[in-house]
Design a protein around this ligand. Sequence first.
Ligand code: SF4
Ligand code: SF4
Length: 118
Amino acid sequence: MQVYVEKPKCTGCAHCFDVCPVAVFEMKDRASPEANADVAPESEQWKGSSEPAVVSKWSSVQDGHKHFAEKYEGSSGGISVGINGPACILCQACLVECEGECIVITDDSNNVYKSIYK
Ligand code: SF4
Ligand code: SF4
């Protein structure tokens, strides 16, 4: 399995990190070189700015955690990296919890699964 995050859409909600049973995701500071340590294509890598439509949707939502914060602070913030994709068991838990609808999973038969927020 290959897993990556479309970084410009990631709110840093850390829902993927929280629900994944096999620790595929790690939360990284946005300024860290590790922010692009998964297999995201060049166009979906973090380059310092978030997608305006996602910012507009989530920046003022009061749901108990931060959105678009620079650093991970124990419950949210930073940016998610699908660093351990080969461990994915395709349970799909992350796919319905992803605020930015920005998780992409490709299985061994090249089927592609994308997140749709519940
Ligand atoms: S689908 Fe894969 S990456 Fe997502 S929560 Fe399940 S095991 Fe983790
Ligand atoms: S659930 Fe989606 S938006 Fe939230 S941190 Fe993970 S990849 Fe980013």
